[in-house]
Design a protein around this ligand. Sequence first.
Ligand code: NDP
Length: 443
Amino acid sequence: MEVDWFSLVSVIFLLLFAPFIVYYFIMACDQYSCSLTAPILDVATGRASLADIWAKTPPVTAKAAQLYALWVSFQVLLYSWLPDFCHRFLPGYVGGVQEGAITPAGIVNKYEVNGLQAWLITHFLWFVNAYLLSWFSPTIIFDNWIPLLWCANILGYAVSTFAMIKGYLFPTSAEDCKFTGNFFYNYMMGIEFNPRIGKWFDFKLFFNGRPGIVAWTLINLSFAAKQQELYGHVTNSMILVNVLQAIYVLDFFWNETWYLKTIDICHDHFGWYLGWGDCVWLPYLYTLQGLYLVYHPVQLSTPNALGVLLLGLVGYYIFRMTNHQKDLFRRTDGHCLIWGKKPKAIECSYTSADGLKHRSKLLVSGFWGVARHFNYTGDLMGSLAYCLACGGGHLLPYFYIIYMTILLTHRCLRDEHRCANKYGRDWERYVAAVPYRLLPGIF
Ligand code: NDP
């Protein structure tokens, strides 16, 4: 595969600057009460130098390193050594040993789906500590936030570098490796499709969910605890951010088996983009709203709080129902009801790399008839709700909606490019039947 100029420049830009972007946001909160412009103005007007800002930044500490090592080891333990038992007693939950999608080389991997269990055990222990044992303060994450950032970066780079070396020297499945001939692109986008250690330790499933997404709700709880410690109460905005993001996180783990069939697991190779992104970008930038609210304890009026809650819940409903409709339609091969009716579909065919012809169907009923990626629209509505919970004082908490809009629009275009190549004229028929991507009448 040839790497075009634009992709190469973007890759080098991200490899060089993404860690500084994360640092800038967290430093701006720590030193400038979450103002994104104040550090630039300070440096531009000579009130502070970059060296001053760096000197005020907490370094990595032994305590943070121990905490982080303990955290990751505990998640590895829960992932590798505790087979799922939740599916035995939770009706409707699909966990335990599950099959992923077929890889381009025709391999079907098995996964031990036990993320919900890991999340429940971790949070149970968190609450036992907070209300009974008091081994450590629930503000521990906030109190070590920057020292932990260095630890997360070390793991992110270590795992991406290891994945690159492994791809060259001892890949899990050599047939599924992708080499572009460009070192930076290989490092960032990954060589191996499903790197594993042993039979079960799958890098993508572990890093995608565990160190980052299990931590997401704990980080928010720690921010809420800090608000309580500083101001004597927790604001309604902090509660909204905690509740709406917890719904999203729980949805992720409840549907972990379904996530095995999404783009991250089915199409992306494992490199820096996933390895570093899961360790650093996700836990640090997806939680900016909670962090902001520690510095700015916004108390929303009741109508505003209700508006944010409604937007968040409607967004979540659209996100979940759209994903559910496609899943149901594909699982039952169209023998189901969508919005009370037999679904309409476009019959497609495509040829796989081995030259075999296959058939598939594209749904044009339900939310998939409203827009071609209405699941992304729901996701964006939910993301906007988290940001709006923070009021209008600063730009920083709105980073999430800006980032998600870029991420999902880019993903939309990337996915459609893939689908157009895969389905050819059948995809054109689908585009003619459902002309808009995200917002009917607009885009
Ligand atoms: P989708 O679940 O939308 O899957 C896209 C694939 O679905 C296409 O490649 C195609 O695959 C198939 N498809 C497309 N149109 C149709 C149709 N009309 N009928 C049936 N199948 C169709 O994409 P993602 O995996 O990106 O997203 C999954 C969820 O994860 C989304 O809700 C998204 O919002 C969320 N997400 C969240 C992120 C975050 O950071 N918070 C990041 C990324 C995603 P095929 O080849 O099988 O036909």
